[in-house]
Ligand binder design. Structure first.
Ligand code: AOS
Ligand code: ZN
Ligand code: ZN
Length: 392
């Protein structure tokens, strides 16, 4: 098997973007629990995200959500983030919390409402211009609840038209990534339910339009790594929203529900050439992002655990002896090939990663170092008054 020393350099520069909303309060439709120390401003969310990066070295950027992260001056916010040691990343649009969008946004039959949704995306692109962000991520709540309720074909045509208008404004160094989800909040049909629909829509736009794969957005039993392989094969896998699910879009800590699935997914990213600093600016060709909520656990350590889980499974995926695997596959050695794969998955890389971190001036155990730092007690004492930010 490949040993850790051989793959260690490949872990250099791994970047996993954090969602600003992971630091706000969140919950279910039953209850949103308030947590002491929760940010009351966008700046406080960024300061918390910077802690994750400081202790892990894995999370150099923060994704914004508009309008949740609305500020007057994005150039100033960009400077503030830089002072904290992070940058501003993906800009997420939001067309799911406005009464006008009850029956759709980019697919709406009413041209005025559809234009309002398009204009919102233009505003997001203005934000990207000010923050230096690369990606505009679009997730739509558009869909219907009952058979016959909507003209599903007409909606698809309007979606194509709306996306084309937005894409026209995307700059040379920017990308549009379209996320899919098979249900929720609409329960009969959603307008971008699956990778095929996202792929069809972004392919019609051009090279700067890609698919975003959220790991929680598939039916139980879906072979997600197959989708990863196919999108990479087609050159259209733009980004991941990583999280774990047991039942639906649970948005739990990535790698907690099914670490083996995360391993299989990252293996296909590596196999498909989607991992590593391949672009001249040092960014990975497939953007790794978290899309999670921390409803009952502390948010900063929750994000830390998440990026560490991604790093751990990345190391294990890189350990797969690809030559031995190919030889066994070509020879029709079913169990031999399977064993090569499983040997890497079962390798405990935690001690090696701890040493790897120390060599780079990072704490061997970031969770422990954060807990000992006193930051949590500090924010709990300092952040009194004001309104805690929440997912909605
Ligand atoms: C919704 O289910 C999607 O996963 C979105 O990517 C995201 O969670 C939403 O934009 C909230 O920020
Ligand atoms: Zn998502
Ligand atoms: Zn989701």
């Amino acid at each position: 098997m490949t040993d850790f020393a051989a793959i260690a350099p490949l872990l250099e520069g791994q970047a996993i973007e954090l969602p600003s909303w992971a630091f706000g309060n969140s919950g279910t439709r039953f209850k949103v629990f308030g947590t002491p120390g929760t940010p009351r401003s966008v700046e406080e969310k960024i300061a918390d995200a910077a802690q994750v990066h400081q202790y892990t070295g894995l999370a150099p950027s923060v994704a914004l959500h508009i309008p949740w992260d609305l500020v007057d001056d994005y150039a100033k916010l960009r400077e503030y983030a830089a002072e904290k040691g992070v940058s501003l990343g993906t800009v997420n649009s939001n067309t799911f919390q406005d009464d006008d969008y009850k029956f759709g946004a980019l697919t709406h039959v009413d041209e005025k409402i559809r234009q309002k949704a398009i204009d919102h995306h233009f505003e997001c692109i203005d934000v990207m211009d000010a923050t230096g962000s690369q990606d505009l991520k679009i997730w739509l709540a558009d869909g219907s609840n009952y058979p016959g309720q909507a003209d599903i074909r007409g909606r698809q045509d309007r979606l194509a038209d709306s996306l084309a208008k937005i894409y026209d404004r995307i700059g040379d160094d920017q990308r549009l990534v379209l996320e899919y989800k098979f249900f929720e909040p609409a329960f009969y049909h959603t307008d971008v339910p699956d990778w095929g629909t996202s792929y069809a829509q972004v392919s019609a736009l051009g090279d700067k339009a890609m698919v975003c794969l959220d790991t929680g957005h598939h039916a139980p039993g879906t072979n997600i790594e197959f989708i990863v392989m196919q999108l990479l094969r087609l050159g259209k896998l733009g980004s991941f929203d990583f999280n774990s699910r047991f039942y639906a879009d649970d948005d739990l800590i990535v790698g907690s529900a099914d670490p083996f699935q995360l391993f299989r997914i990252i293996f296909e990213v590596v196999r498909g050439g989607g991992y590593g600093p391949a672009n001249p600016d040092g960014t990975s060709p497939v953007a790794f992002m978290l899309d999670q909520c921390h409803n009952v656990e502390d948010k900063i350590p929750g994000q830390m655990r998440s990026v560490l889980n991604v790093q751990e499974m990345t190391a294990r995926a890189l350990l797969v002896d690809r030559d031995a695997l190919s030889a066994a596959q070509a020879a029709g050695d079913v169990l031999g090939a399977h064993q090569v794969f499983m040997d890497a998955f079962y390798t405990d890389v935690r001690a090696d990663l701890a040493a790897w971190r120390e060599e780079r001036g990072l704490p061997a155990d970031p969770m422990k170092a954060y807990a000992a730092s006193g930051y949590q007690a500090e924010i709990e004492a300092a952040r009194v008054g004001g309104t805690q930010m929440s997912w909605t």
